[in-house]
Ligand binder design. Structure first.
Ligand code: S3P
Ligand code: PEP
Length: 442
C-alpha cells in the first residue's frame, strides 16, 4: 500500500470557505457522474457504431479520458442538447485493427484513465506512452500491468524494463486472446473494471478471478457489469470474486448520464451541518452509483431523508450523530468531515486503500482536521474521529477534489477556514465553488 509523504501546493490560492449564517434551504442538481461518463466513453470507443452521451460530465477527468480515446483513434465531438452543465458527446468508435502512430496519453490524476485505457491501447496496433501528474506515479497500477503482461501484451518503462507504475508504454499488437486471468484487486476495484470493460473485444473473452484481501468499492464493479450488460455484453458475476465476460460486440448506445451522486454528498452534508434542508431533483431510481447510499448514511448521522417523485430531500437534525461505517469508498472524505462535526465519536473502517487515492486520504484527513484542532487517529484500515471543537485555519487539498470539498463542509460550521486550491475540484466538478455559493444564497 502506498505511504507516500503528503505534498502541498504553496502556490495555490486560499479560498475563504463560506459559513452557513442560517439553515440552508436549497434545491439543486449536480453535474454528470464521473464513473458513468468515463465508462460510457470507453465502451462507446469500443462499440459497433456511433454513440451519444447526454448530460455527460465535463471536467478534468472526462477531458483526459476524451483526449486519451482520441489518441487511440476514436472521434469524440460535442453536440447540441446543451444541458445545465454542458453539451452532449458524440463518439465514433476506434476502427478495429487501424494502427496509431506512436503517441502518448496524459492520465492527470484520474484513476479511470490510468487503469481503463491501457487495455484499450493493447487492442490498437501501435505504441502508447502513459504518464500523469507527479502523484499519479505513486498510485497503484501493478496488477493491471501484470495482467496485461500475462495476456501477452508487451510493456516497457522508460528504461525498457517491466513497469509497475506510471510512466509506462503499451506496445499494442491489435488483438488479445484473453482467457483466464488471476489478479489481486485489493488496492483498487478499478483493476477489475479496467479488464472487464475491454474484455468483450478479447478473442476468447475473459474469466477474471480476484485472489487476495477483499476488493474495495465493489459497487463500482457492479456498475461496470451493468453498463456492459446494457450494451449487450454477456457477463457472469454469479460467483463472488469471479467475473466471466463473453466475447462479442458492444452495442452502440444513446444514454442519459445520471448526475454524480458522490459529488452530491457535500451539498447534502450542508443540510446536516446547517440544520437545514437540501433537495436534489432527478435522483436516479435503481442506480448503480455508490452515492445512492447517502440515503442510509445520512440517516445514521441523524438526518431525515426522503425520496419522493425522484426528489431526494435531506433535513439535518438538531445534532450530527457519530457513526460506525465500513467501506464508504469515495464517499469517505465527505463522511469524515461530517464525523469531525459530530457530537459523538465515529469509526470508519475498510478504507485502507484510500492511501492510494488522489493522495493518502487517511493521512491527509487526519493532518488537516487535526490542524484545525480536531482529534482524528489513523488506524490500519480507517479513521477514528472524536468530537473536539475546531478553529479557523488553512485546510490543504493535496490536489484532491474530495479533500477540497471536505474543507468546504467544515467551513460551513467553523468561521475562518481557508481551503487551499479549491480549483482542484475541477477534477470532477469545475462548478463546485459557484454551486456552493449559490446553495447558500436564499
Ligand atoms: O471505477 C470507478 O469509477 C471508481 C472506483 C473507485 O476506485 P477504488 O476502487 O480505487 O476506490 C472509486 O473510489 C473511484 O472514485 C471511482
Ligand atoms: C478515488 C477517486 O478518483 P479516481 O477515479 O481518480 O480513482 C475519487 O474520485 O474519489
Amino acid at each position: 500500500m502506498i505511504q507516500d509523504p503528503i505534498t502541498r501546493n504553496p502556490a495555490a490560492e486560499l479560498w475563504p470557505a463560506p459559513t452557513a449564517q442560517s439553515p440552508v434551504q436549497a434545491t439543486l442538481t449536480v453535474p454528470g457522474s464521473k464513473s458513468l461518463t468515463n465508462r460510457y466513453l470507453v465502451l462507446a470507443a469500443l462499440s459497433d457504431g456511433p454513440s451519444r452521451l447526454r448530460a455527460p460530465l465535463h471536467s478534468r477527468d472526462s477531458a483526459l479520458m476524451i483526449a486519451a480515446l482520441r489518441r487511440l483513434g476514436a472521434q469524440i465531438e460535442e453536440a447540441g442538447g446543451e444541458g445545465a452543465f454542458g453539451p452532449d458527446l458524440l463518439v465514433t468508435p476506434i476502427e478495429a485493427g487501424k494502427p496509431v502512430a506512436a503517441t502518448s496519453v496524459d492520465c492527470g490524476l484520474a484513476g479511470t484513465v490510468m487503469r481503463f485505457v491501457p487495455p484499450l491501447a493493447a487492442l490498437v496496433p501501435g505504441t502508447v506512452r502513459f504518464d500523469g501528474d507527479p502523484h499519479a506515479r505513486n498510485r497503484p497500477m501493478g496488477p493491471v500491468l501484470e495482467a496485461l503482461s500475462a495476456l501477452g501484451v508487451r510493456l516497457s518503462d522508460d528504461g525498457g524494463s517491466a513497469p509497475t507504475a506510471l510512466p509506462f508504454t503499451v506496445h499494442g499488437a491489435g488483438s488479445l486472446r484473453g482467457g483466464y486471468l488471476a489478479l489481486d484487486a485489493s488496492a483498487s476495484s478499478q483493476f477489475v473494471s479496467a479488464l472487464l470493460l475491454a474484455a468483450p473485444r478479447f478473442a476468447e473473452g475473459l474469466h477474471l478471478e480476484h485472489i487476495g484481501k477483499p476488493v474495495p468499492s465493489l459497487e463500482h464493479i457492479a456498475m461496470t457489469v451493468r453498463v456492459l450488460r446494457e450494451a449487450g455484453v454477456v457477463v457472469d458475476d454469479s460467483v463472488p470474486s469471479h467475473w466471466i465476460v463473453s466475447p462479442g460486440p458492444i452495442r452502440a448506445f444513446d444514454v442519459q448520464v445520471e448526475q454524480d451522486l458522490s459529488n452530491a454528498g457535500p451539498f447534502l452534508a450542508a443540510a446536516l451541518v446547517s440544520h437545514g434542508t437540501v433537495r436534489i431533483p432527478g435522483w436516479p431510481e435503481g442506480t448503480s452509483q455508490v452515492g445512492d447510499s447517502w440515503r442510509q448514511i445520512l440517516q445514521q448521522f441523524g438526518a431525515e431523508v426522503t425520496l419522493q417523485d425522484g426528489v431526494l430531500s435531506v433535513t439535518g437534525g438538531p445534532q450530527i450523530r457519530g457513526v460506525e461505517l465500513a467501506d464508504t469508498s469515495e464517499l469517505a472524505p465527505t463522511v469524515a468531515a461530517l464525523c469531525a462535526l459530530a457530537e459523538g465519536p465515529s469509526r470508519l473502517s475498510g478504507i485502507a486503500h484510500l492511501r492510494g487515492h488522489e493522495t493518502d486520504r487517511l493521512a491527509a484527513l487526519a493532518a488537516e482536521i487535526n490542524g484545525l484542532g480536531g482529534d482524528v487517529e489513523e488506524t490500519a484500515d480507517g479513521l477514528l474521529i472524536r468530537p473536539r471543537p475546531l478553529r479557523a485555519g488553512v485546510f490543504h487539498s493535496y490536489a484532491d477534489h474530495r479533500m477540497a470539498t471536505a474543507g468546504a463542509i467544515l467551513g460551513l460550521a467553523v468561521p475562518g477556514i481557508l481551503v487551499e486550491d479549491i480549483a482542484t475540484t475541477a477534477k470532477t466538478m469545475p462548478e463546485f465553488p459557484q454551486l456552493w455559493h449559490r446553495m447558500l444564497e436564499h
